[in-house]
Design a protein around this ligand. Structure first.
Ligand code: ADP
Ligand code: MG
Length: 476
């Protein structure tokens, strides 16, 4: 087993990898190296540097590294290398715990596959119509990405043929175990061709993983990246709080530190709901994710948070798991978690991409012992603060810089991001800088625009045309 200590955070390639190892030293095609260059992947992240040589040599692999460390490319590159684009059959399959993660993985594989022509990638997840998926499968796909339950359904019905499969990937294996997918995974894996490569990726390494792996992996090599955050990037402060003041304290921290994007962790769903109410009462734009939401509602939440039109995403650890959300100025631990490892995961969400980040924890007397455990594991001396230090005057309201506009119509109507950007910067006369992230889903398009032009942008988009048609637009 290779065990490495990651002393630098992963997001900045150069800093994250002291050796700065280049993708050029790997057995990759020139076209793939050029794609990586174009994507700005200049050096391998530590988990990529540790896994890729093993996986590209064809071995089975178990790799563990925290969220945001670049695990997707660590399995996407071997999977694409094993692929023959001229063969119209499913050659690689990635199992993911949720539809969001499957979408993110499919998107990253698409980006990495763009130098090769016509590689078809299909996502197969619950919540979408079976019949539509079956038709897409009939048209042929090279790669499928999906959730274990739905993939199993297709296998049982004979709509997914895996005879040509050469690479099986389990992504976020720990999370899939948490969600009770263990039997489904075993079912799927055992029905894949025996001659294949299996790659398993996970953020943590609970016992269940080794047990699962033993059932269907062949002499897997293991790579583990121990976590350690560089203190200079994540500035961690602990605030003493009485239980009754906790929710108000969150608003106070937000108004004082004024982060554009904050992930606020609660230990329970009930606490998430209460915090959401408290923040709304303070005029703070906050949203939450939970298991009862419809898929399009979840999409809307993630889009608004990622494009900076929502200040706070309130979530439990389960809900936030695996989401690739860049640019977080702050993580707030509304409740301290009893598990120091989870605390480290939580705060690892901030301080990415060469930015400094705040990790602020609210801690009652009853939670002091948890901080002792955290301090010991992180080898830090906790920096204690009093809420009273924060000025109590009415600070300016915390307002997100962007507003999300929802356009009814998406991929199905052949709308592309460029069409929306064109409509806003063309006839409507806005500048490129006033337009933020554009996200196109099957049925809808989301575009972030600067708050001060939102009203005008809705008016002009509704009055104009997109793909030759008038569209319905509203601000979320
Ligand atoms: P994980 O699966 O470990 O949570 P991801 O694969 O989602 O991490 O990667 C996190 C982010 O880092 C993504 O936005 C991805 O595009 C980016 N990334 C991955 N590898 C590199 C690299 N070698 N250089 C620069 N950015 C990278
Ligand atoms: Mg991942």
């Amino acid at each position: 087993m290779i065990t490495m200590t990651n002393t630098n955070p992963p997001s900045s390639p150069a800093a994250s990898n002291p050796a700065g190892r280049s993708f050029n030293e790997l057995p990759l095609s020139l076209a793939m190296l050029a794609t990586l260059q174009q994507l700005g992947y200049l050096t391998m992240t530590p988990i990529q540097a540790a896994s890729l040589p093993i996986a590209l040599a064809g071995h089975d692999l178990i790799a563990q590294a925290k969220t945001g460390s670049g695990k997707t490319a660590a399995f996407a590159l071997p999977l694409l290398t094993n692929l023959n684009p001229r063969r119209f059959a499913v050659q690689a399959m990635v199992l993911c715990p949720t539809r969001e993660l499957a979408d993110q993985v499919a998107q990253e594989i698409r980006r990495l596959a763009r130098s090769a022509d016509n590689i078809k990638i299909l996502t197969l997840c619950g919540g979408s119509i079976m019949r539509t998926q079956t038709t897409s499968l009939e048209h042929g796909a090279h790669i499928v990405v999906g959730t274990p339950g739905r993939i199993m359904d297709h296998m049982e019905r004979g709509t997914l043929n895996l005879d040509a499969l050469n690479t099986l990937v389990l992504d976020e294996a720990d999370r899939m175990l948490d969600m009770g997918f263990v039997d489904d995974i075993a079912y799927v894996a055992k029905r894949c061709p025996a001659e294949r490569q299996t790659l398993l990726f996970s953020a943590t390494y609970p016992d269940g993983i080794a047990r699962l792996a033993r059932q269907f992996m062949r002499a897997p090599q293991e790579v583990k990246l121990l976590e350690q955050h560089e203190e200079s990037k994540i500035r961690q402060r602990f605030y003493k709080v009485e239980d009754g003041d906790r929710l108000q304290a969150v608003a106070k921290l937000l108004k004082h530190y004024r982060p554009v994007s904050t992930l606020a962790f609660c230990n329970t769903k009930q606490q998430c709901r209460s915090l959401l109410e408290a923040l709304h009462a303070q005029g703070i734009k906050a949203l939450t994710l939970n298991g009862d939401m419809e898929q399009h509602e979840r999409d809307q939440v993630l889009v608004q948070f990622a494009n900076r039109s929502c200040s706070v995403l309130v979530a439990t650890d389960v809900a936030a798991r695996g989401l690739d959300i860049a640019q977080l100025e702050a993580v707030i631990n509304v409740d301290v978690t009893p598990d120091p490892e989870i605390h480290i995961h939580r705060i690892g969400r901030t301080g990415r991409a060469d930015e400094n980040g705040w990790a602020l924890s609210l801690c009652s007397t009853g939670e002091r012992n948890r901080i002792i455990g955290i301090a010991k594991m992180m080898r830090i001396e906790p920096e204690w603060h009093e809420l009273g230090e924060l000025p109590s005057a009415d600070e300016a309201p915390l307002v997100p810089p962007m507003v999300t506009l929802l356009i009814l119509g998406g991929r199905k109507e052949k709308i592309r991001p460029g069409d929306v950007l064109g409509a806003l910067t063309g006839e409507a006369g806005f500048t490129r800088e006033q337009v933020g992230k554009i996200t196109v889903t099957d049925q809808s398009t989301y575009v972030a625009v600067a708050r001060n032009i939102a009203h005008e942008a809705v008016r002009k988009l509704s009055a104009g045309k997109l793909k030759g048609k008038t569209v319905k637009v509203r601000a979320l």
